[in-house]
Ligand binder design. Sequence first.
Ligand SMILES: Cc1cc2nc3c(=O)[nH]c(=O)nc-3n(C[C@H](O)[C@H](O)[C@H](O)COP(=O)(O)OP(=O)(O)OC[C@H]3O[C@@H](n4cnc5c(N)ncnc54)[C@H](O)[C@@H]3O)c2cc1C
Length: 365
Amino acid sequence: MDENNVRKSAVIVGASLSGLMAAIALARAGLQVTLLERTRAKPRSGAVLQVDSGERDRTLTAQILRKLASGGVKSVEAWSSVESRLHAEAEADPRINLHYDSGVHAVDQDVESAWVVTNNGEKYYGDILIGADGHRSMVRRHVDPHKPNATFAGYLIWVALVDEKDIPEEHRPTLNASRVAMLDGMGDFLLGSIVAGTDGSYAPGYRRLGWAWYDNTQNDLLRLLGCVEGNVVRHSLNAADIPKQTLIELAKQASVRWPEPWLTAILHSIHTRNLIGTPIAEYVPDRLVKGRIAIIGDAAHVLTPLTASGFNASLQDAAALADCVAEGIEGASAAGALLEYESKRLKSVRQIVQSGQSFSRSFGR
Ligand SMILES: Cc1cc2nc3c(=O)[nH]c(=O)nc-3n(C[C@H](O)[C@H](O)[C@H](O)COP(=O)(O)OP(=O)(O)OC[C@H]3O[C@@H](n4cnc5c(N)ncnc54)[C@H](O)[C@@H]3O)c2cc1C
């Protein structure tokens, strides 16, 4: 038996926050984990996350994951800071084999194992296979072929992260400014966050300002550029592809809507093309598991970022999964452990997505 074919093993598709947390939790439960990521190892920037949901973590695994992800700090965090902590932990664990540049194009299973085939032609086997491959999950297509796609919620969010040093001193937030601001515009709104610098410092001049502008007026542009097709989100609107006229219009709108320090942060992002338009999708799952294959994180449930619950739900998925496989996954017990995971998570994640849908129905177009 070669090293890709050992028993008591898991293959995880996607090494973003959900995939990393699942890998760490499953390795701690004693599994050998192969983690496959389509992209290269490079930090992404942009969004900020509420890492501490305020929810009490009932299991030890959830507590451990929360501590690792947050670095023990109760605050809003840059996505990249959370990712780099989890990445360092996964890299240091000898039970986890992390492969970048390894996009998966097929998954399947039989009574003995589950497997993936990568774009490089490699095949990896595991006793279980976990899809942590995000809102356009290909593993979800295997788990629920009748409901494979998340649907466009009718709006996008412009997001960016700006170094405080790039903002003139007179427009910087004060030292005791609230770290989170929710501002109403003209039928739209803005979520602003002050997060630590890359070195973890909150000293003035070293912080970063994250902003997320909810905008329901760009749907024609999203369809024209192929970001949305029918009611399916295909990809984000990357900075380089945003038409110049759209940026001019956004700058004009920002100037009459948003106060400092957010206005200067937004204008800086626009002038330096350091922003991304994320079309928002939603997915209420009917199932999370098929045999030896399960989905977690945004592959399993896609919700509006307004709920600020996507990360927390992903953490609870990873923790529940690890707790369910701890008793063993050899032979037929693999499918039993995954069914237990589904019974622990399905009702709750459906409710979380549905809680954000009333907002999307009123705001989306
Ligand atoms: C703008 C925005 C703001 C947000 N704000 C918040 C917030 O404030 N609070 C909160 O809790 N949540 C928030 N979220 C949600 C949160 O970021 C996610 O729920 C959480 O990070 C879990 O993501 P994930 O790892 O499941 O999916 P993703 O981050 O989408 O990762 C999927 C990974 O799988 C890889 N992949 C995909 N297909 C393949 C393949 N075929 N083969 C190999 N690899 C593949 C991708 O490259 C990617 O790395 C926000 C989301 C967005 C978009």
